[in-house]
Ligand binder design. Structure first.
Ligand code: OAD
Length: 238
C-alpha cells in the first residue's frame, strides 16, 4: 500500500511529531466511541449528557452515564495503538501527545506528557468549593457523589460549551504548528477547538496523516488518509 509507505517515510524522517487522538483509538480496547454504531447510551446522544445544562437539570442521570463509562473503562486495557505511541515518543526528540479522550488509557500504556484537552474521567471536582481529586472506584458506591465539604461533585471533564483547561489549547497549538508530522487518530474531527488543530498544523506546513476506519470531516484536507483500525495500522508505521 503506497500510502502506508509514504506515511512511514514521513514519520521516519521527522524529528518533531504531534499526535491528536480521539475515541477511535480506544475502540479496540472495547470502549464505545461517541458517534457512530454503539455510541449511544439509553438513546441519549453525548451532546445531551455532556453539558453543564444537563448536569444542572439531572445530575444523577449524567452521573449514571459517567458511572457506566467508568465501569467499561476500568475493565479495558490499552491496545496496540496506545503502545505504538509510547514507542514513537521514545524515538522522537520532539513529541507531543494531545488527546480528546478522558479514559486514561494513554497513561496506562506508559505515555509521558499528555495534553488532555477534555479532562480525565477519573478526576472529580466539587461544584461548591472547587476541590478536585482522583477517584478510581467503578462503580461509584453512591450517585451522585459528593465532596467532603458536602457539595455536589462533578466529573473532572470538559463539557460542551465549557472552556478547555487553562493554557492547554495554546500548548497544543504550539505543538501542532511546530511539528513536521501530525498524526490524527480515531477522531471524527467535528468537535472544536480540538479539531481546529488539524488546519492549524497544516497551515504551518506539517504533513497530516489520518488514521481512521472511516472518512471524517478532516479527510479531504489531510496529506495521507489511512483507512483501518488504529491498533493494526499504527504498529505498521513504526
Ligand atoms: P467520535 O466518537 O466522534 O469519533 C470516533 C472516530 O473514531 C470515528 O471517526 C470513527 O470512524 C473512528 N474509529 C472507530 N473505531 C476506530 C478504530 N478501531 N481505529 C481508528 N478509528 C476508529 O470521537 P471523538 O472524535 O473523540 O467530548 O469525539 C470528540 C469529542 O466528542 C469527545 O472527546 C467527547 C465527545 O463528545 C466531550 O465529551 C467534550
Amino acid at each position: 500500500m503506497a500510502e502506508l509507505e509514504q506515511a512511514r517515510a514521513w514519520i521516519a524522517a521527522a524529528t518533531s511529531l504531534a499526535v491528536l487522538t480521539g475515541a477511535g483509538i480506544s475502540a479496540e480496547s472495547g470502549i464505545p466511541t461517541f458517534r457512530g454504531a454503539g455510541g449511544l447510551w439509553r438513546d441519549y446522544k453525548p451532546e445531551e449528557l455532556a453539558t453543564p445544562e444537563a448536569f444542572a437539570r439531572d445530575p444523577r442521570l449524567v452521573w449514571e452515564w459517567y458511572n457506566w463509562r467508568r465501569e467499561l473503562i476500568a475493565k479495558a486495557a490499552p491496545n496496540a495503538a496506545h503502545r505504538a505511541l509510547v514507542e514513537l515518543e521514545k524515538r522522537k526528540p520532539g513529541f507531543t501527545l494531545i488527546t480528546q479522550n478522558v479514559d486514561g488509557l494513554h497513561d496506562r500504556a506508559g505515555s509521558g506528557k499528555i495534553l488532555k484537552l477534555h479532562g480525565d474521567i477519573w478526576r472529580m471536582r466539587c461544584t461548591a468549593c472547587g476541590a478536585n481529586w482522583s477517584d478510581r472506584r467503578a462503580p461509584l458506591p453512591k450517585l451522585p457523589p459528593h465532596c467532603a465539604c458536602g457539595g455536589l461533585a462533578r466529573p473532572g471533564v470538559v463539557w460542551f460549551g465549557e472552556p478547555l483547561p487553562d493554557g492547554m489549547m495554546k500548548e497544543a497549538e504550539h505543538a501542532a504548528s511546530s511539528a513536521q508530522v501530525v498524526l490524527v487518530i480515531g477522531t471524527s474531527a467535528v468537535v472544536h477547538p480540538a479539531a481546529s488543530l488539524i488546519p492549524c498544523a497544516r497551515q504551518a506546513g506539517a504533513k497530516i496523516i489520518e488514521i481512521n476506519t472511516e472518512e471524517t470531516a478532516a479527510s479531504a484536507r489531510v496529506d495521507c488518509a489511512l483507512r483501518g483500525p488504529a491498533g493494526e495500522l499504527l504498529p505498521l508505521l513504526l
